[in-house]
Design a protein around this ligand. Structure first.
Ligand SMILES: Nc1ncnc2c1ncn2[C@@H]1O[C@H](COP(=O)(O)OP(=O)(O)OP(=O)(O)O)[C@@H](O)[C@H]1O
Length: 492
């Protein structure tokens, strides 16, 4: 049923009117029944223009646009009088996966797009860019574009619709200028400033502007069979495969380890492996990393060359400009970034909502939250920390299961006063024993820091909990960390 009727009057003008007290619905509602992609426009003439351009899957709002976006929270469905037509049509909209908001280009039209996106879910909304009319102005709507530029141009406008922006959800593409400036070293003091002591700089500043003669930084180490000693090698020894535990969609893995043990590096290496082997893509909520730093680390693992000709790269060849370009494309195809752009800490609810948008928009199969203590934990006074952690982990697990998305959640151990250099326990995680109780998998990353005890690049991946026996079993795997490229290789 449609509340708007249209007739041709005696002068062959198109007449549209709405019946008084009829239920408010979209105009053209029957045309979107069963469609997965739909277009929403602001007037009936725009709906008819879309048909001229070949799009029948289009509806028009019945009531025009608001003057501005409301600053209030969304009212409940039955109180949302101005947008009642949306709720009356919800059966038609439920299964729609892509909604192109082609409202007018003026301020009220954009306010209408925002109000619709708030109610329909930004993650399934796209928006159009109306073409330029002259140096300053743009065409206003579908009807104007049809009249002045023709149906083919209108068709192209719709085909080139872009994702509706979601505050907090980014792509590496949004940071390409910064990544380029980092690679081409046009950043001023962005690489760090000398401490004034050359021997301290070598330790403190990974970046050495000029490689120091005679300083050989090595890729990884292997045992010299004849002398029984650890010697340096510039090539990875073997490629590692994840053999103790497999990664199961929809599970929650807690990763812990003492500070600087390589937790973030190991997760990055794991997700690169998963992308290379099965094409998974990921949402990254990595609060301690600058975007360009994270881009560098991921690119080094992907391209298997250092980003810079710098101290840590030794004599290894730096990635070329062509490799950088190919790598940037890979970054933007593979990762969505969840970033809180102001100085507030993000809440878990906020992170999961954006992760849901990344699942729906980009089909991500994994989410990394790194680390727990950088989230906003405004715990209600009525909850103990244990109860709070339990509820938070339940939310994360629900998200993981519902969206078939594996979540890696990094949590630090509490301060270990009498730490003797051994791997911490999952029960040492600061906050609550629920971290181990509630997760599906629990992993401790540990690395040797004592040259007498073995090579210092050796990493121990301690699989301490695997709920699902099909996925694996508890045990330890040893990997070797390649400081030049950040890759991890298996030690047999
Ligand atoms: N096995 C290793 N050998 C040598 N250096 C390593 C090793 N693993 C990681 N590193 C280096 O240690 C630094 C910290 O690594 P990473 O950020 O992954 O640690 P983390 O455990 O996540 O740290 P934090 O707890 O502080 O977040 C990086 O500079 C990385 O290159």
């Amino acid at each position: 049923m449609n509340s708007t009727n249209h007739y041709l009057d005696q002068f062959c003008t198109y007449l549209l009117f709405q019946e008084k007290d009829a239920e408010k619905v979209f105009y053209g509602l029957d045309d979107i029944e069963g469609e997965s992609d739909i277009i929403i426009v602001e007037g009936e003439m725009d709906k008819l223009s879309m048909e001229e351009a070949g799009f029948r899957n289009c509806v028009s709002v019945p009531d025009g646009a608001p003057a501005q976006v409301s600053t209030k929270d969304l009212p409940p469905e039955d109180k949302d009088t101005k947008y009642q037509y949306l709720w009356n049509c919800k059966q038609y909209l439920k299964e729609v996966s892509r909604i192109i908001l082609a409202t007018d280009g003026d301020a009220p039209g954009q306010a209408l797009a925002e109000e619709l996106a708030r109610r329909l879910g930004r993650e399934r909304c796209w928006r159009v860019k109306w073409p330029k009319k002259d140096e300053v102005n743009h065409f206003k709507d579908a009807n104007e574009v049809l009249m002045y530029l023709g149906p083919q141009v209108l068709k192209e406008v719709i085909e080139n619709a872009e994702l509706y922006p979601i505050s907090g959800l980014f792509n590496f593409k949004d940071y390409f200028a910064e990544i380029d400036a980092y690679y081409y070293r046009s950043f001023g003091d962005g690489f760090g400033i000398s401490t004034g002591w050359r021997n301290l700089d070598e330790l403190y500043n990974d970046y050495c502007p000029v490689p120091i003669d005679g300083l050989v930084i090595v890729a990884c180490q292997k045992r010299d069979k004849r002398k029984g000693k650890w010697i340096y090698a510039t090539e990875p020894i073997v490629h590692w495969s994840f053999c103790i535990a497999y990664v199961v969609p929809g599970e929650l893995t807690i990763v812990t380890g003492v500070p600087n043990s390589g937790k973030s590096e190991w997760i990055d290496a794991l997700i690169c492996n998963l992308n290379h082997s099965v094409g998974w893509t990921f949402a990254l909520c990595s609060m301690e990393n600058k975007v360009r730093e994270h881009a560098r680390k991921l690119l080094e693992k992907h391209i298997k060359k250092p980003f810079f000709k710098a101290g840590y790269g030794g004599y290894a060849e730096r990635m070329t400009e062509e490799e950088l370009e190919q790598g940037k494309q890979w970054l933007s195809d593979t990762f969505s970034l969840i970033r809180c752009e102001n100085d507030a800490l993000p809440s878990i609810q906020w992170v999961l909502e954006l992760a849901k948008a990344a699942v729906m928009r980009h089909g991500v199969r994994g989410l990394v939250i790194d680390p727990y203590n950088e989230l906003d934990h405004q715990r209600p006074v009525s909850l103990t920390e244990t109860e709070y952690v339990s509820q938070m982990l339940t939310k994360i697990k629900r998200f993981a299961q519902h969206h078939g998305c594996h979540v890696w959640f990094v949590a630090h151990p509490r301060q270990l006063h009498s730490w003797v250099g051994t791997p911490p326990n999952l029960y040492d995680i600061s906050g609550s024993a629920h971290f181990i109780n509630k997760c599906d998998n629990g992993i401790v990353i540990h690395r040797n820091r004592d040259p007498d005890a073995g090579p210092i690049d050796r990493v121990q991946v301690c699989v301490r909990k695997v709920r699902n026996k099909v996925a694996g079993t508890i045990g330890d795997a040893y990997l070797s960390y390649n400081r030049v490229t950040g890759e991890f290789v298996e030690i047999k």
